[in-house]
Design a protein around this ligand. Structure first.
Ligand code: HEC
Ligand code: HEC
Ligand code: HEC
Length: 338
C-alpha cells in the first residue's frame, strides 16, 4: 500500500493538534466532538462513510463502546503497532491527539454515532456466498450474531462488534491482519478474535466477507430472538465429588452460558461443542482425565496449545473469575458428561 504518502500522515496529525488546541476551552460533548471531527473528516469523510483511496474505513455505523475501545487501543499501542499495518500506523498518531482529561474521545465518538448510518457499497467482485454463509454461521455468528449486528455481553473488553456498515475492502484487510498478528495481539478482545481466522486463506476471507456484506442489506432493527431457557442442571447429587454441590453447578451454569465466563462463545451453549472448542458433554477428554480437580485446573490454566481445536483458551477464559467461580463452573462442566 504505497499509494498513501507518509506526508499526509504528518500533516493530518499536525492539523489535529492545532485544531484541538484551538477548541481547548470548549465543554466536552457533541459541539466539541464536531470540532474535533473536522480533523478526522479528511480521511473518514464528512459523513463518516470512509474513503477507500486513503484506506480509511466507514466508522459512522459503529457502536459508541466499540469506537471508544478502538481509539484507546490505537492510543495505547494495542492497535497500529505492527510494521506491516500501514493503515493502523497511519491512524495511530490521530488517536494520540485526543486527550482523556478533556473528554475528547467521548466527544468525538458522540459526534460520530450521531451521523447517519452508512451502507458502503460492495467494491470487490467474487466471493462464494454459500461457502461464506457456512463459514460465518460456523465460526463467526456465535460472537458477532447471526445477523452480524454484534453481541454485547455486558463485558466491554470482550464484546464482539457489529460487522455491518463496514467496507468490504476493510473487512478483508482486517481479517487478514488478525490472522497475521498485525492486529489483536496482546489484548483480550483481539486474541479472542484471532483464533477463528488463524488458518484463513484469501479465498475463505473473500467468501465470508461477501456473506457479511449481504447481511447489511437485511431490514434494520430486527431484534434477535432471545436464547431458549437453559435446561435445569439435573444430576443425582450423589455422583458429585466431595465438596461439590448442586448449587455450585447451578451457579456454574450461569457463568458458563453467560457473559461472566463466556465459555459458551467457544464450547457453545450447554457445552455441546463447536468448530472452536470441543464438546464437554461426552466423556471424551483431550487434555485432562475429566475428574473434577482436572477441570478446575484447566479452567485456571487455560489451553495455550490446543491439541485439535483452533480457539486458544485463555486462563480463566480471559475473565476475572474468582476461585469460587472457577470451582462453580467446573462443577457445572463436571455434570455435563454425567
Ligand atoms: C490520516 C488519515 C486518518 C485520519 C485523519 C483519521 N483516521 Fe481513523 N483510521 C484511518 C485508517 C487508515 C484506519 C484503518 C486502520 C486499519 O485498517 O486497521 C482508521 C481507523 C479508525 C478507526 C477504527 C475503525 C474500526 O472499525 O475498527 C476508528 C474508530 C477511527 N479511525 C477514528 C478516527 C477518529 C475519531 C479520527 C479523528 C480524531 C480519525 N480516525 C482520524 C485513517 C485516519
Ligand atoms: C470468540 C468470539 C469471536 C468470534 C468467533 C469471531 N469474532 Fe470477530 N471479533 C471479536 C471481537 C471481540 C472483536 C473486537 C476485537 C478488537 O477489539 O480488535 C472482533 C472484531 C472483528 C472485526 C473487526 C471489525 C472492525 O470494525 O474493525 C472483524 C472484521 C471480525 N471480527 C470478523 C470476524 C469474522 C469474519 C469471524 C468468523 C470467521 C469472526 N470475526 C469471529 C470476536 C469474535
Ligand atoms: C476462546 C475459546 C474458548 C473459551 C472462551 C473457552 N474455552 Fe475451554 N477450550 C477451548 C479449547 C480450544 C480447548 C482445547 C481443545 C483442544 O485441545 O483441541 C478447551 C478445553 C477445555 C476443557 C478441556 C476439554 C478437554 O477435552 O480436554 C475444559 C474443561 C474447558 N475448555 C472448559 C471451559 C470453561 C469452563 C470455559 C469458561 C470459563 C471455557 N472452557 C472457555 C476453547 C475455549
Amino acid at each position: 500500500m504505497t499509494r498513501h504518502s507518509a506526508g499526509h500522515l504528518t500533516t493530518a496529525a499536525g492539523a489535529i493538534a492545532v485544531l484541538l488546541s484551538a477548541c481547548g476551552g470548549s465543554e466536552p460533548g457533541l459541539a466539541r466532538g464536531k470540532l474535533i471531527y473536522d480533523a478526522c473528516a479528511p480521511c473518514h469523510g464528512e459523513d463518516g462513510a470512509g474513503r477507500e483511496e486513503l484506506a480509511a474505513p466507514a466508522i459512522a455505523g459503529a457502536s459508541d463502546w466499540y469506537l471508544k475501545a478502538q481509539l484507546l487501543k490505537f492510543q495505547g499501542g494495542a492497535r497500529g503497532y505492527h510494521h506491516t499495518d500501514l493503515e493502523g500506523l497511519r491512524m495511530r498518531p490521530m488517536s494520540r491527539a485526543l486527550f482523556a482529561d478533556r473528554g475528547d474521545i467521548e466527544s468525538v465518538v458522540e459526534y460520530i454515532v450521531s451521523l447517519p448510518i452508512p451502507d458502503p457499497p460492495p467494491t470487490i467482485e467474487g466471493g462464494d456466498l454459500e461457502a461464506g454463509e457456512a463459514e460465518y454461521l460456523a465460526l463467526c455468528a456465535n460472537c458477532h450474531g447471526r445477523d452480524g449486528r454484534g453481541v454485547e455481553t455486558g463485558v466491554r473488553e470482550l464484546d464482539a462488534p457489529s460487522l455491518l456498515h463496514l467496507n468490504d475492502w476493510y473487512l478483508e484487510s482486517s481479517i487478514a491482519k488478525y490472522r497475521d498478528g498485525a492486529r489483536g495481539v496482546g489484548d483480550a478482545a483481539g486474541t479472542t478474535m484471532r483464533a477463528p481466522v488463524a488458518d484463513f486463506t484469501a479465498e475463505r476471507i473473500s467468501n465470508v466477507t461477501a456473506y457479511v456484506m449481504s447481511l447489511q442489506r437485511l431490514p434494520r432493527k430486527v431484534a434477535a430472538p432471545p436464547p431458549p431457557p437453559l435446561d435445569p442442571v439435573d444430576v443425582d447429587p450423589a455422583i458429585l465429588p466431595e465438596g461439590v454441590t448442586l448449587a455450585m453447578a447451578q451457579a456454574g451454569q450461569e457463568i458458563f452460558n453467560g457473559a461472566k465466563g463466556i465459555c459458551f462463545t467457544c464450547h457453545l451453549r450447554e457445552g455441546t461443542g463447536g468448530p472452536l472448542a470441543p464438546s464437554l458433554t461426552d466423556a471424551e477428554w483431550l487434555n485432562i482425565d475429566g475428574e473434577y480437580e482436572s477441570i478446575v485446573k484447566i479452567v485456571v490454566a487455560g489451553v495455550p496449545q490446543p491439541t485439535q481445536y483452533p480457539g486458544v483458551m485463555q486462563p480463566r477464559a480471559g475473565r476475572p473469575l474468582t476461585d469460587e467461580q472457577v470451582r462453580a463452573v467446573a462443577a457445572y462442566v463436571y455434570t455435563l458428561s454425567r
